[in-house]
Design a protein around this ligand. Structure first.
Ligand SMILES: [Mn+2]
Length: 302
């Protein structure tokens, strides 16, 4: 079927709401909440935009074919679990519903994929992982998102990991990859350093030391990518990562650890009328599936 035909679900997977009983290898859940954004809004529209873009990556039953790697992801059972039904503005209610839905998805699939929304959703998503011992978070992001409070706000997209470490004693370590910009919060940086987080600036990426043998929750903020490549994001910073750098990090993290969940956040579709950003975002989700379910056949992520 051509990529502009038919109703849009993620990779053309069947839609099964979380109110039904089912099991799958992969579950896609939209989290269209962008009330926590500190700059340009619109990430609430990303789950639908990703579904539309993902029709170009429809996963056939026999898998994707590549001449050098053969068929990959054949027989993989993917389900589109729809979106969290978020309220208009009440953040506590939104967090409750996001956490509840994330728990329900975790119970049904091996690899949950959560698509935001702004980065504030990582806090309620991580709350659904309070039973995972020695949980590691790997965050690919231009920003630290570890601010205690900003303009009197504690649950914005600047603070999800600060709230997460306060709430989750089992969250033992955070590795942040791709940091850059000129607007660091000194208190947040000192606090993350004092907790022993691994903080990797964009320039140090090649030598980054990544966790090994851990249960890893991977949080990908698309502003880690270069804005020339991925303009559809709220808070762009110049000199970002290339697609290959991010794909390679996903492979390294997935192969050395057990991924327990992935979120992909801060995609603002209206900021890229070409649609290329949404295709790249979809491709990063496909790369997560390839890294998790395929043998390490393509170290460059292609
Ligand atoms: Mn972020």
């Amino acid at each position: 079927m051509l990529p502009f035909v038919g109703p849009a679900t993620f990779l053309r997977a069947p839609y099964r709401p979380l109110t039904e009983q089912w099991e799958a290898d992969v579950g896609f859940l939209g989290v269209p909440w962008d009330v926590g954004v500190g700059y340009r809004v619109g990430a609430r529209f990303a789950p639908q935009a990703i579904r539309q873009a993902s029709l170009r990556y429809t996963l056939p039953p026999e898998g994707y074919y590549h001449p050098q790697h053969g068929y990959r992801l054949g027989g993989l059972k993917v389900v589109d679990a729809g979106d969290v039904e978020v309220p208009t503005i009440e953040y506590a209610l939104a967090h409750e519903r996001i956490c509840h839905s994330a728990r329900a998805l975790r119970a049904r699939v091996r690899l949950p994929l959560f698509v935001g929304g702004d980065h504030s959703i990582s806090y309620p998503l991580l709350c659904a992982y309070d039973d995972v011992p020695d949980l590691h978070v790997v965050q690919i992001d231009a920003h630290l998102d570890f601010t205690d409070e900003r303009s009197g706000t504690r649950y914005s997209n600047s603070s999800p990991f600060r709230r997460a470490v306060e709430h989750l004693p089992n969250l033992t370590h955070i590795t942040t990859l791709g940091l850059r910009g000129v607007r660091f919060d000194p208190e947040a940086f000192a606090s993350a350093q004092a907790r022993g987080h691994t903080l990797v600036f964009r320039e140090q990426l090649a030598e980054a030391s990544l966790p090994e043998g851990k249960q890893v929750y991977l949080s990908i903020d698309v502003d880690a990518l270069d804005p020339a490549l991925f303009p559809a994001t709220s808070s762009p910073e110049p000199d970002g990562l290339t697609y290959a750098e991010v794909a390679h990090l996903i492979q390294r993290i997935a192969h050395a650890n057990t991924l327990v969940g992935v979120d992909l956040v801060e995609i603002v579709p209206s900021l890229d009328p070409t649609g290329n950003s949404m295709l790249i975002a979809t491709r990063l989700l496909v790369d997560c599936l390839l890294a998790y379910f395929s043998s390490p056949a393509s170290p460059d992520g292609r």
